[in-house]
Design a protein. Structure first.
Length: 643
């Protein structure tokens, strides 16, 4: 007896310990990088009220907190200057030790396919991968995830940079991080969170989208409470439509006192193809009773019916238990003890077959009922004779409502919810971003959306001024319109709208026939120039090529001035892709020459020019640079409607 008591107590203790275990999000693990010299949140989950202590190896004291009512806890720890390796010990009922942790510079790498593009598919990939042995660069790849609401965790893990671990990692992210690591001589952490073919609205939170008129309605539809209301209304409408075509629904055949004396018999499980129902697309009701022994009284039960083709609604004693809409899903329902009684109980199943085969397609072993705490071998079988009656035959059955705004990578806010929200409020050095191709269909909208997304992230991470460096989309044959040029313009305008941003121009390293140009090395290097010059205050670095600043009309010519051109301008051959227009607003190809750090633009066809454009097409591969070898962005001096 004493041995049994000890064993029972041991089981209880182990169960309690399991329930109370401290857990961490995937972001916090061995091999990670924490942002240096800042106050870093560390968070996780435990039993509500449980005390959690966090002790980093670089501090002589620990920090403690208690899990809130939802089991969430968080502490903030001050990190030392770049270095390591360190350990962090997290202790509640259990203890977790994270080791080989470095402090350094932690950057988030986001966007669509050009940021996602793996090192294996970059230029000179084989040699780059073979040389990628940097134990103080750490990589974390966030798995793709779209979600209707903000998630608390991501799938991913930290790993030191090796030829094996870096091969599938973002090429742009790696080349950016490698440049920082070499130039700053500090550990670098890179979190890659991106998904090809995705638009900026998918990466922006609902709260921000609500404030943008173009997305206000979509944001309302994604509100969880609104979604529940809408899907409930659609299900109510569907049930009402079924009631109009189905006699069984109209007459409540699920009620236990329904007269079933004229119903036919069928042995279940059985597909309809072997019965008189073989050519039926419609609704059939099935009924039977079972006896509940006194020993099963006051217990919740598990009801199993196997797969049912296509849709079933199941009732016990007239009370609806559930509706399942997938034909291949084995039905397994919980039946509350409150609707059961000792002795005879009734089961009614309304089966809707929309096309082809119908019926109960499982095995006899899959049809049973038992208390939830009882072994399957002791279940009472429900296989055998059932009564059935056709409710409607060959009527057009309405499709069962699908979730409101089915979530995918294109859904507004879905990628923010699934791939950014779980990272909040991690301390980061900043963000690098390569995206915009998916928004070329509405470049004017992007003028508002993109800056709003940047500010949204800063607010969510509670870092109102972290640097955000991004890549202007490269030349590509998007089609006959000039929307790609206008999207590049929206990206250029973001520099003026949004503080602490920087833009990499890729007009010279794109591929008009391939939306994924392979030279990711130069893209990463140019992003790093912005970080080195602006974030890390390294002198004598020019981070950008020439950016349009102003123009002046000089008789029949227009003189264009630039920022980031103090060292002078250069061109690899005659300047091309300049256009000029007069009052008729018709643009003509123009001549252009470098003169005293400016560009003089003119055309024999235009005597009185009023506007100039440069690289204003989807595919223009331009050739104007500053003397640092960085290309000029496309631009226009007019604000006329797009054409």
């Amino acid at each position: 007896m004493r041995t049994k008591l000890i064993a029972a107590l041991t089981v209880l203790i182990l169960s309690a310990t399991s329930l109370a275990e401290v857990k961490l999000p995937a972001l916090f693990s061995s091999d990670m990088v924490l942002q240096q010299k800042t106050e870093n949140p560390i968070w996780g989950w435990a039993e509500p009220g449980e005390k959690v202590t966090v002790k980093p190896s670089w501090a002589w004291f620990a920090k403690s907190t208690k899990a809130d009512d939802n089991g969430k806890w968080m502490v903030k720890i001050k990190t030392p200057k770049a270095g390591g390796p360190h350990t962090i010990t997290i202790k509640g009922v259990n203890e977790i030790t994270l080791d080989n942790i470095l402090t350094g510079e932690l950057w988030l790498c986001g966007g669509q396919s050009n940021m996602e593009w793996p090192l294996t598919r970059a230029m000179n990939a084989q040699a780059e991968i073979a040389a990628a042995d940097y134990p103080n660069i750490r990589l974390f790849d966030v798995a793709r995830a779209a979600s209707p609401t903000p998630k608390e965790n991501v799938t991913g893990s930290w790993s030191p940079c090796t030829p094996k671990s870096v091969a599938s990692f973002s090429g742009v992210g790696y080349f950016f991080g490698r440049k920082l690591h070499k130039d700053l001589d500090v550990p670098v952490g890179l979190i890659s969170s991106n998904w090809g073919g995705t638009a900026a609205q998918a990466w922006t939170s609902i709260d921000t989208l609500k404030e943008i008129p173009d997305f206000a309605d979509a944001a309302k539809n994604l509100d969880p409470a609104a979604q529940k209301r809408q899907i409930k209304q659609k299900i109510d409408d569907w049930n009402a439509a079924i009631g109009k075509i189905d006699k069984g629904t109209k007459d409540n055949w699920q009620k236990p006192l329904t007269d079933i004396s004229d119903w036919k018999s069928m042995s279940l499980p059985q597909k309809w193809s072997t019965t008189e129902l073989s050519d039926l697309d419609g609704i059939v009701w099935f009924r039977r009773t079972f006896n509940l022994p006194p020993s099963w009284a006051n217990k919740d039960m598990t009801l199993s019916l196997g797969p049912i083709d296509d849709i079933d609604t199941t009732y016990i004693n007239g009370q609806k238990i559930a509706t399942t809409t997938k034909w291949s899903t084995p039905r397994k329902y919980t039946v509350p003890a409150s609707i059961l009684k000792t002795g005879k109980n009734s089961i009614a199943v309304r089966v809707i077959d929309t096309q082809r085969e119908g019926g109960f397609s499982g095995t006899p072993q899959q049809m049973s009922i038992k208390p939830q705490d009882t072994a399957n071998k002791n279940a009472a079988t429900l296989a055998g004779e059932w009564k059935y009656k056709i409710g409607t035959k060959n009527a057009k059955v309405p499709q069962y409502p699908q979730p409101v705004s089915a979530i995918n990578r294109h859904t507004p806010s879905a990628l923010y919810n699934g791939m950014i929200a779980p990272l909040v409020p991690l301390r980061i050095a900043g963000v690098i971003w390569y995206q915009g191709e998916a928004n070329t269909g509405n470049p004017i909208q992007y003028r508002t959306l993109f800056p709003a997304m940047i500010e949204d992230w800063r607010e969510q991470f509670d870092q109102p001024d972290f640097p955000f460096y991004y890549v202007q989309i490269a030349p590509y044959n998007y089609g006959p319109s000039r929307h790609a040029a206008a999207l590049r313009e929206a990206q250029l305008m973001t520099l003026d709208k949004t503080e602490n941003t920087g833009m990499v121009v890729t007009m010279d390293i794109g591929n008009p026939q391939n939306i994924h140009p392979k030279n990711k090395q130069e893209v990463g290097r140019r992003l790093a120039l912005w970080a080195l010059a602006e974030t890390y205050d390294q002198k004598d670095i020019t981070p950008s090529g020439p950016l349009y600043k102003a123009y002046k009309i000089e008789n029949s010519k227009i003189r264009v001035m630039f920022d980031y051109a103090d060292s002078g301008l250069q061109a690899n051959g005659p300047l091309k892709h300049f256009e000029i227009a007069g009052k008729d607003k018709n643009f003509h190809p123009a001549n252009a020459r470098i003169e005293d750090g400016t560009i003089l633009v003119y055309s024999e066809k235009i005597d009185n020019p009023i506007a100039v454009r440069y690289g204003w097409s989807n595919t223009a591969e331009t050739n104007l640079f500053n003397n640092e070898g960085l290309p000029a962005s496309s631009f226009r001096t007019d604000d006329w409607p797009l054409n």
